[in-house]
Ligand binder design. Structure first.
Ligand code: PMP
Length: 372
């Protein structure tokens, strides 16, 4: 039967992270540092607002672009953060929805997209579904690109120069110079900049350099999953030039239809008034502890944002050996090869309790001795 499948899915590999989910179910008291979501519950006000919205009848489709008051609040928040008001905005089914729609709207077979290496694996899969050619710019070892390499990679076939800051899996925050270099390279050939800023709330040192307002071909994707602990709500947004967003919305009409109605109401009503800074401070403290206590054998570049670190594998360990040795000690990690062409690092999420962070660091430091 397999030969009847479309070529695009025949050899599609499941995400390494899903495999971790299956393993966890079989373990007693795992230290789960593999998870890509906040470890706190959503604010109760947000849950109450969603329940109220459902009881109040917000259970039908909304307009494709999402509730006008929600779009207005998103734009106002972006103006406050960046001083720039994007041309257009619409609500997507998570940032995943925005990624799919922007790639479908921009990439023809044979077009080139520049992705960072390492990166969140969804980008490559979606780009390849569109038939695009993927080229990688290197972020190792300090999670900043080399402008000369970007210039070499960009040519007339380049349609998208992609950036993700703060980054999954590295926690890296692109410097202003790095953002400028990526934007200038795109501008030189008329390519689009697509920027995934889903972790914009989790920036630990200063403000977030962003391409917003730097160029008229910037599509910026943002979301609510991470900040408010609501990844299951599937709430995100896209901003950018009206002519492109109009095409993305038309695709949304024929695919996702709209983001979930009651959650749109709840997010519009409540989310923008909530102060999540206590959680961000907590993750900054967890980052600081990790940087202070992790054995130097891991060659950790301190993450500037998100809730991930991407330490180097100690000694001559392969990702598979190291992650399996950690598993034997109940610690769940993701090998870096799931995010990269290299097998030299691993991802850990510090969106865990302080107790689990301490247990995880102890296991890692024991493993460092074993592998070096
Ligand atoms: N972009 C990045 C960098 C992510 O880490 C994730 C979630 N892991 C997403 C996008 C997708 O998020 P959403 O829940 O908004 O679809």
């Amino acid at each position: 039967m397999k030969d009847r499948l479309a070529a695009r899915v025949r050899d599609l590999q499941p995400s390494g992270i899903r495999r971790a989910f299956e393993l966890i179910a079989t373990m007693d008291d795992p230290i789960n540092m593999s998870i890509g979501q906040a470890h706190y519950d959503p604010p109760p006000e947000l849950i109450e607002a969603a329940c109220r919205a459902m009881r109040g009848g917000a259970n039908r489709y909304t307009v494709t672009q999402g509730l006008p008051e929600l779009n207005e609040r998103i734009l106002a928040a972006l103006v406050e953060r960046s001083g720039h008001r994007p041309d257009a905005c619409f609500v997507t089914s998570g940032v995943s929805g925005g990624l799919m729609l922007s790639f479908l709207a921009l990439l023809d077979p044979g077009d080139v997209i520049l992705l960072p290496d390492p990166n969140f694996m969804m980008y490559r899969v979606l780009a390849e579904l569109c038939g695009a050619e993927v080229r990688y710019y290197d972020l190792y070892p300090h999670w900043q690109p080399d402008p000369a390499q970007i210039d070499e990679l960009v040519d007339e076939r380049t349609k998208i120069v992609f950036m993700n800051s703060p980054s999954n899996p590295t926690g890296g925050v692109l410097s202003q110079a790095a953002v400028d270099a990526l934007v200038r390279a795109a501008e030189r050939v008329g390519a689009f900049v697509v920027a995934d800023e889903i972790y914009d709330a989790f920036v630990f040192d200063g403000s977030l350099p962003s391409p917003l307002g730097a160029y008229d071909r910037v599509i910026q994707l943002g979301g609510f999953s991470k900040t408010y602990g609501i990844p299951g709500w599937r709430m995100g947004y896209a901003t950018g030039p009206a002519a492109i967003l109009d095409r993305m919305q038309t695709l949304q009409q024929f695919s996702f239809v709209c983001a979930p109605a009651p959650f749109q109401v709840a997010v519009a009503e409540v989310a923008f008034g909530l102060d999540m800074s206590e959680h961000v401070r907590d993750y900054r403290a967890k980052r600081d502890r990790l940087v202070a206590e992790l054995d130097p054998a891991f060659r950790l570049t301190p993450p500037g944002g998100a809730f991930y670190a991407f330490p180097g594998l100690p000694g001559r360990a392969t990702g598979k050996d190291f992650v399996e040795a950690a598993l034997a000690e109940q610690l769940i990690l993701v090998p870096g090869s799931g995010f990269s062409r290299r097998d030299t690092h691993f991802r850990l999420s510090f969106a865990v309790s302080d107790e689990d962070l301490g247990r995880g660091i102890s296991v890692l430091n024991r493993l460092a001795e074993q592998f070096t």
